[in-house]
Design a protein around this ligand. Structure first.
Ligand code: EPU
Length: 416
């Protein structure tokens, strides 16, 4: 199993290009199920989760072809509207096939995702929303069995803000009869990117990016070209790494409007940040300041950046208070940060992080994707060598992270 070895202590300097967003690419790949015509995608990140989604779609009968940096998906026929347990257990985002399959084929059988490391993560809102659109849904031996001769427009208000729930229902509603209004919808930029792709395919959608999305169903969707938005969490991770290590880094292609809350916290912590249409640049020379932060749905501070901010706070000047409100078990990086010498106490879903003068290298274990990114940042500032085990989590969601960090001067290598 691959590990990452990091020799900490150096600054980061230079430029790095941000990849396409994992969490935009995954629903957009599923959107290909909604049309018999080819969907041509560019800026698709090369990640294990994207490859897993590609295999899932190919099992359903979707043909894919790569050329010149673009990926063409053709769902001329969907032979097998099934997302089996083996796929869903490795990637929960497989649930995103449910809405499109049901809308296109009138039936779908998708394994219920179980709990995962960061929390229980139920999908009741996806199911309730599809039922409100007229689907008959049974839970059978761990599978969601859904049928609908045709879906009908509806008014549906989510009980909780859910990103993939909003995406699933928005996709299903594009081919439903009549108008669907989704209230308390997720406002995340990835929802907007999916809506842009669906609109290019002929869908009629307004309000994406607000908490009320209105979709007027159409008979069919057609082929389109769409370029995936830059990854705001990869961007935030590199920004946090540069703020932690110090130096001067430019992130090419990054979009400041998709992560203002993260930029604000980094500025509060003492980093200098500037942004234009081409890049976000970060510099940090002075001592880091401790900040208080709560995760909330967009436009608040993203849960997917909580662990990385915590790594930064381990060496800040005072006490930082970090509260996780989205997932019930997303503090597993704390134990590992402590192995590196961090002073952190967890009370419920709040971490109290007392800044220490320095971290020291040790062997640590990655427990989930963003926890792994947090440990990479901690490794970059720790004295001596940090070895991170189980980095397959990182490969799910970061494209060539060690190459990109090496290009910025980090001493990081992959070891078998
Ligand atoms: N929830 C329910 N019922 C539902 C759906 C969600 O109670 O039917 C709860 C969840 O348990 C959680 C909260 O609502 O407490 C928010 O979960 P959400 O559904 O928004 O999460 P998700 O859609 O499963 C996406 C991202 C996650 C990211 C979250 C929150 C994708 C593929 N995944 O997950 O990304 O953390 O939104 O922003 O878009 C990651 O990339 O590392 C990652 C975990």
């Amino acid at each position: 199993m691959d590990k990452l070895a990091i020799e900490g202590g150096g600054e980061l300097r230079g430029e790095v290009r941000i990849s396409g967003a994992k969490n935009a690419a995954l629903p957009i790949l599923c959107a290909s199920l909604l049309t018999a015509e080819p969907l041509v995608l560019s800026n698709v990140p090369q990640l294990n989760d994207v490859r897993t989604m590609g295999s899932l779609l190919s099992q359903m009968g979707v043909r894919s072809e790569k050329s010149d940096g673009s990926l063409t998906l053709s769902a001329a026929k969907v032979d097998w509207p099934l997302a089996p347990y083996e796929m869903v257990k490795t990637m929960r985002a497989s649930i995103l096939a449910l809405g499109p399959l049901l809308a296109r084929c009138g039936e779908a059988r998708v394994s219920l995702p179980g709990g995962c490391a960061i929390g229980l993560r139920p999908v009741d809102q996806h199911i309730k929303g599809l039922q409100a659109m007229g689907a008959e849904i049974d839970l059978d031996h761990g599978y969601i069995d859904a049928r609908a001769a045709h879906l009908s427009g509806t008014q549906f208000v989510f009980d909780v803000v859910t990103v993939t729930g909003t995406e699933n229902l928005m996709m299903a509603a594009t081919l439903a009869a009549g108008t669907t209004a989704l209230g308390n919808a997720a406002r995340e930029p990835e929802v907007v990117d999916l809506a842009e792709c669906l609109k290019a395919m002929g869908a009629r959608i307004s309000g994406a990016g607000s908490d009320r999305i209105v979709i007027e169903g159409v008979e069919t969707l057609h082929g389109a070209h769409h370029s995936i938005m830059p990854d705001r969490i990869e961007t935030g991770t590199f920004l946090a790494a540069a703020a932690a290590a110090g130096g001067d880094v430019a992130l090419l292609g990054a979009r400041a409007d998709t992560l203002q809350s993260v930029l604000d916290k980094l500025i509060e912590a003492g980093a200098e940040v500037s942004a234009d249409a081409a890049a976000i640049r970060i510099k940090r020379q002075d001592k880091l300041k401790s900040v208080t932060m709560r995760t909330t749905p967009f436009p608040g501070f993203p849960t997917d950046m909580q662990a990385q901010l915590m790594a930064l706070m381990t060496v800040a000047d005072d006490t930082a208070v970090i509260t996780e409100t989205i997932f019930e078990n997303r503090m597993m990086h704390v134990q590992e940060l402590k192995r590196l010498g961090a002073d952190i106490e967890v009370e419920g879903n709040t971490a109290i992080v007392k800044g220490v003068p320095r971290l020291t290298g040790a062997t640590v274990m990655a427990t989930d994707l963003r926890a792994s990114a947090c440990l990479v940042i901690a490794g970059l500032i720790a004295e001596g060598e940090t070895v991170i085990d189980r980095i397959y989590h990182l490969d799910r969601g970061y494209e060539r992270i060690e190459e990109k960090l090496s290009a910025l001067g980090a001493r990081i290598r992959r070891v078998a």
